[in-house]
Structures are given as structure tokens and as C-alpha cells.
Design a protein around this ligand. Structure first.
Ligand code: FAD
Length: 267
């Protein structure tokens, strides 16, 4: 592994200054993706800027009608948070299904969202809940954030500070997971807020996406049977050793029905 400098700033402005000072520097959250990438020499940063010593980045709070989760909140923090469990229990359930205990004890919501792995769980919740990604310089709606395979609308050196989730009437998440990594082969999040419903799918395509036909059907009748006959096209879905595109298309309907059932139970 190539040697690199390591910085541990105490504030977001200090982190930003360090990022700008050293070209080829990278933010470090839990290192769950970044460190293996460096070990495999797929990235060779000159400096790592660790966000772990910035306390406010780990806060989980309620602000008006929104649940605000700091970018450095680890998956285990979301699982165990009484605030998350009471306001958006679906998020605690989702986080509990991420990886294994080691991953949940190190991985963070900010690192997951910034990385935008096509099989990651959080992007489905962020898009279905119509969340806002708050950075050190602006607020980005979920609909404009996830732009492609491992791509987001983050600018160079932009730091996610928190994710702002409008609290829904109810929401549910279901995934068909890889038995090895537990990443989503297909994961579906369904959120109901007032009379509106949003359905977001992860794992199936190169990037998280919504299913408007299911949303319309669920706005008319919020129960699994309302979407049982809706099957999305397999065109442009992923095909790999875990599942081909046709099977993933089938799984979207199956997982969406389970997500609606979970939402009705308030899970
Ligand atoms: C074995 C294994 C199994 C996994 N299983 C799952 C799973 O089932 N479901 C799932 O969703 N995920 C899974 N993951 C991913 C995991 O949940 C992590 O969230 C993800 O790897 C990102 O790791 P991290 O938070 O430690 O971020 P890092 O690895 O530290 O950073 C990832 C990237 O995000 C950037 N970054 C980090 N924080 C910020 C920030 N605040 N602002 C801007 N950029 C930032 C970094 O510079 C880097 O480019 C798994 C990972 C592993 C290793």
C-alpha cells in the first residue's frame, strides 16, 4: 500500500480546508469501502481526512417534521437509536440488515450514500422518503443526488454533513439479499406520506430508481395486492452471478409487496 498522510480535523471547515490543501486527498468515514479500495490499489490518496473526530456529524435528531441523521452515524447507531425507532422504524430495520456486525459497527450512512453502490440499502430509503442530502455548502434533493453507477451529484471535496428524512405516515423496506455480503440483490422501499406514495428500488439496476406505476396503484389502494400484477421491464436491469435481469424484475414485485406489508405493520 502506498503511504499517505492522515488528518483528523475537529470541525467540518477544517476538514474542507485539509481536503483543499492536499490534492488527491479523500474523506474517510468508517473505511468499509475506502480502505479495501486502497489496499487493492484501486485508489492511492495522498491524504486521508478522517471525519470521526467531528462530534456533530454523528448526531441523530428530530427537527420539525424531519428526522436528521448525521453523516457519521454508523449503521449500528441507526439500529439502536430510540429516535429512529419511534419516528421512522423502517430505517432501523434497514440498517439492521446491512452486512455483518463488523460492517454495521464501522460503516456510516454518509459513506454509504456518497459511495452510491448499486446494491446499497440506504439509497432506496433516501429516494423513497424524498430525503435531502445536506452538505457543507447546499441541500440536495434525493431525486437529484443519485446520478448513476457509483455516481452522485456531489462536487469535488463536497462533504455530506447529514441526511434529512421527512417523517412519513408509514414506510417499509424489504430486500432479497446476497447470502455472502448481504448487499441487496433487489431491495424495495415504500413510503407513504399523506396521500402520496413513493417506491424506490435498489440492487436491480445500475442506480436506485422509482416505480411510478406502483406508486399510482398504491395511492389508490395501499395494500400488497394493489401491485401484485405490476412487473417492471427487465431491460436495463443488472445481470450477474447473483441473478439475471428477468429474475431481478420478478423480485422487484415480490419485494415491493413485502415492503408494503411491512409498512402496514409499521416496521
Ligand atoms: C463485507 C461488506 C458487506 C456490506 N454489506 C452491505 C449491505 O448489506 N448493505 C449496504 O447498504 N452496504 C453494505 N456494505 C457497505 C457498508 O454499509 C458501508 O456503508 C459502505 O461500505 C461505506 O463505508 P463507510 O461508511 O465506512 O465509508 P468509507 O469507506 O470511509 O467511504 C466511502 C466513500 O465515501 C466517501 N465519504 C465518506 N463519508 C463522506 C462524507 N460525509 N461526505 C462525502 N463523502 C464521504 C469517502 O471519501 C469514500 O469515497 C458492506 C460493506 C462490506 C465491506
Amino acid at each position: 500500500m502506498k503511504s499517505f498522510a492522515f488528518h483528523s480535523p475537529g470541525t467540518v471547515p477544517d476538514a474542507f480546508a485539509l481536503l483543499n490543501d492536499v490534492s488527491e486527498s479523500k474523506l474517510l468515514a468508517g473505511g468499509m469501502t475506502l480502505l479495501p479500495t486502497i489496499k487493492q490499489r484501486l485508489a492511492e490518496p495522498a491524504a486521508l481526512i478522517d471525519l470521526a473526530k467531528i462530534p456533530q456529524l454523528s448526531a441523530i435528531t428530530v427537527d420539525g417534521d424531519a428526522l436528521v441523521i448525521g453523516a457519521m452515524a454508523r449503521h449500528i447507531d441507526v439500529v439502536t437509536s430510540a429516535i429512529v425507532r419511534s419516528k421512522v422504524p423502517m430505517l432501523a430495520h434497514l440498517a439492521a440488515g446491512i452486512g455483518d456486525p463488523a460492517v454495521r459497527n464501522r460503516g456510516t450512512i454518509g459513506g454509504s450514500v456518497a459511495n452510491n453502490d448499486p446494491s446499497a440499502d440506504y439509497p432506496a430509503a433516501v429516494l423513497a422518503l424524498d430525503a435531502i442530502i445536506v452538505t457543507d455548502r447546499r441541500e440536495i434533493p434525493a431525486s437529484a443526488f443519485f446520478t448513476g453507477l457509483f455516481e452522485t451529484s456531489l462536487e469535488p471535496n463536497e462533504i455530506i454533513t447529514s441526511i434529512r428524512f421527512p417523517i412519513p405516515s408509514t414506510a417499509g423496506y424489504a430486500k432479497f439479499k446476497s447470502p455472502a455480503s448481504r448487499y441487496a440483490v433487489v431491495g424495495v422501499c415504500v413510503a407513504k406520506a399523506g396521500g402520496r406514495v413513493r417506491v424506490a428500488v435498489t440492487g436491480a439496476g445500475p442506480c436506485v430508481f422509482r416505480v411510478p406505476e406502483m406508486e399510482t396503484a398504491l395511492e389508490a389502494r395501499f395494500e400488497p395486492g394493489a401491485i401484485a400484477s405490476i412487473k417492471i421491464t427487465a431491460a436495463r436491469l443488472n445481470s450477474d452471478i447473483h441473478a439475471d435481469a428477468e429474475y431481478r424484475a420478478h423480485l422487484v414485485t415480490v419485494m415491493a409487496k413485502k415492503a408494503v406489508a411491512a409498512a402496514i405493520q409499521g416496521l
